[in-house]
Write a protein that binds this ligand. Structure first.
Ligand code: DX5
Ligand code: ZN
Length: 216
């Protein structure tokens, strides 16, 4: 398995997204944090923005919806031709139906868990999904510290995938850097979102460094 590195453009220069996407062209996907100021206390990108990013991005878009009512919105985002759409379990009414509607648009369906949401809350529904996002910070802001207490949940997910022979991607997001990525890889993650760690230095070098550490 080769680790996937998805830089979060939440840490990019908001006045220059086309150029910023070019700086992360060697990454596996660009992680786009959609926030509605309701599910989380922060506001970022709406649909017209995502649509335009999709047109100019040299790499696939990995959407992370931190919004209320994903039942309504997630399929609409999937319609834009993005690679994956991940919504929060805590905000969803009918998660399996949302997953089906995302997949019907040709996108990978993902579900995210806040640090306080247990693995048991999603276990039975996991066969409906292509990827599971274990948040390693409280969603809402970049630049927060990695929460090591979320690692047992990641291990539970990895054990479940092995036990059931399910090919599901396990993603981590929040505080991922050269100092934390190895423990997340060790616990079973295969897809790593990193915002500040990638954009703070030279993105291409950081992407390569993180990938090497995660694959070690
Ligand atoms: C937080 C977002 C993350 C954020 C990560 O709610 O979901 O994707 O951009 O930023 P860093 O890597 O700086 O913790
Ligand atoms: Zn995110």
């Amino acid at each position: 398995m080769s680790a996937r590195i998805n830089p979060s453009i939440l840490a990019a220069d908001f006045a220059n997204f086309e150029r910023e996407l070019g700086r992360i062209a060697t990454a596996d996907a660009a992680h786009v944090d959609v926030m509605d100021n309701h599910f989380v206390p922060n506001l970022t990108f709406g649909q017209p923005m995502v649509e335009r990013l999709q047109q100019v991005s040299p790499i696939p878009l990995d959407l992370h919806l931190m919004i209320e009512n994903p039942d309504h919105w997630a399929p609409q985002f999937a319609e834009m031709g993005v690679f994956s759409v991940t919504f929060h379990l805590e905000a969803a009414t009918a998660p399996a139906t949302i997953a089906r509607n995302i997949r019907a648009q040709g996108a990978r369906a993902g579900v995210a868990l806040r640090p306080g949401t247990p693995f048991a809350a999603i276990e039975e529904l996991l066969p409906h999904f292509d990827q599971l996002l274990i948040m390693t910070v409280e969603p809402g802001f970049g630049g927060q510290s990695f929460m090591p207490e979320t690692m047992p949940k990641l291990k539970q997910a990895k054990d479940w995938a092995k036990r059931t022979g399910t090919d599901i991607w396990l993603q981590v997001d929040g505080g991922i850097s050269a100092t934390t990525i190895e423990q997340a890889a060790e616990a079973g993650a295969d897809t790593f979102v990193a915002g500040s760690a990638v954009f703070r230095g030279e993105p291409a070098e950081e992407i390569e460094r993180l990938r090497t550490l995660a694959n070690a």
